[in-house]
Design a protein around this ligand. Structure first.
Ligand SMILES: Nc1ncnc2c1ncn2[C@@H]1O[C@H](COP(=O)(O)OP(=O)(O)O)[C@@H](O)[C@H]1O
Ligand SMILES: [Mg+2]
Length: 355
């Protein structure tokens, strides 16, 4: 069995709004692929094309080796989990989970087996006779998942399923969905605009912008090696520090904000070349007093285990993640060090990484 293949799929709504430019994508079998990007970048459109809820303007969709481009959604053997759960309010949890199977003519005994098994997996056995209104948001989310699981589909499709939940519950459900997906090993596509959700959940991360896939790969690699300044800025909180500058005759980077920093050995850049420097907050450390960089603390945000230092670096502002010690105060000027090996360089014109 293969995963999901999209071949040159595009979508133009009402003949004018291009939501998705021709896109080719392989979604690996059995893993969790996350489509992430800002609102309006075409994530839902792509997911709905996989589901068959939206007809592509061009291209083909293959699920588990079968070309389903012309196949009705109900016959694609996929299950979709939405943000608004779409549970039937007048039906019990059991009936909500059984509904799709009944419609397909599954026997009562088989339905009971599957619903009970899914309920056990999701820890909602005690809720089977309740109506959705008597459930919390997290419980409703589990029922919606249960309804998808009982179908034993070839693929799960999730469209921002956690957006309605508060931050704590979102964190919990993230882990639950991930655990469940790993246990079931069903090819899954998960859409979110939340980079943290995307980073933490994905086996395979697909970053989109303006109807185009801009980068894909394992989340750690996309984070460490962004192909362009957009991906660098989209992933990570606090966001990566971006500073404009140019390469000096001395081979160092002369930042427009004042300071000069050492460049990594590669890529080799010509003197005079303009670049955008990307420095992640964790690539800046409070250094020994002899360090040649200095920054002035403007604000300290306590996060518990560590803290964010908002600092003035020359005339620019930067953010760094620092341990709780030593004690620091706004107004203090401190020695800092930029981890040269972790510096990222981008072409200011194209936004592409200099490699
Ligand atoms: N049914 C529709 N008719 C016209 N334009 C649409 C329709 N659905 C989405 N769009 C437009 O297509 C673009 C992509 O939308 P969507 O796929 O929903 O983005 P996302 O899920 O990433 O927020 C947006 O510009 C949106 O306004
Ligand atoms: Mg959407």
């Amino acid at each position: 069995m293969a995963g999901i293949e999209l071949g040159n799929v595009s979508k133009v709504y009402q003949g004018s709004v291009t939501a998705l430019k021709p896109t080719t994508l392989t979604i690996p079998e059995g893993g969790l692929t996350v489509l992430v990007g800002p609102s309006g970048c075409g994530k839902s459109t792509l997911l709905r094309i996989i589901a068959g809820l939206e007809e592509p303007s061009s291209g083909s969709v293959t699920i588990a080796g079968r070309d389903v481009t012309k196949v009705e959604p109900a016959d694609r053997d996929i299950a979709m989990v939405f943000q608004n759960y779409a549970l039937y309010p007048h039906m019990s949890v059991y009936d909500n989970m059984a509904y799709g199977l009944k419609n397909r003519g599954t026997s009562g005994a088989d339905i009971a087996l599957r619903v009970n098994e899914a309920a056990r997996m999701l820890g909602i056995e005690a809720l089977l006779q309740r109506k959705p209104r008597a459930l919390s948001g997290g419980q409703r989310q589990r029922v919606a998942m249960g309804r998808a699981i009982v179908r034993r589909p070839k693929a799960f499709l999730f469209d921002e399923p956690l957006s309605n939940l508060d931050a704590k519950l979102r964190g919990e459900m993230r882990v639950e969905i991930r655990t469940l997906q790993q246990r079931l090993g069903v090819t899954s596509v998960y859409v979110t605009h939340d980079q943290l959700e995307a980073m933490t959940m994905a086996d395979h991360l697909v970053v989109m912008r303006d109807g185009v896939i801009v980068q894909q790969g394992p989340p750690g690699r996309v984070y460490d090696e962004p192909d362009n300044v957009f991906v660098a800025g989209f992933l990570g909180a606090p966001p990566i520090n971006l500073l404009a500058g140019s390469v000096g005759e001395d081979g160092r980077l002369h930042l427009d904000c004042g300071p000069q920093v050492d460049l990594p050995a590669f890529p080799k850049l010509q003197p005079g070349r303009k670049v955008t420097l990307g420095v992640r907050a964790e690539a800046i450390s409070i250094a020994a007093p002899a360090a040649n960089q200095q920054a002035t603390i403007e604000l300290i945000e306590e996060l518990g285990p560590n803290r964010l230092l908002h600092m003035r670096f020359g005339t620019a502002k930067i953010i760094c993640v620092a341990p709780r010690e030593p004690a620091l105060r706004p107004g203090e000027t401190i020695p800092i060090q930029l981890d040269t090996a972790a510096l990222k360089l981008f072409d200011p014109e194209t936004g592409s990484a200099c490699r």
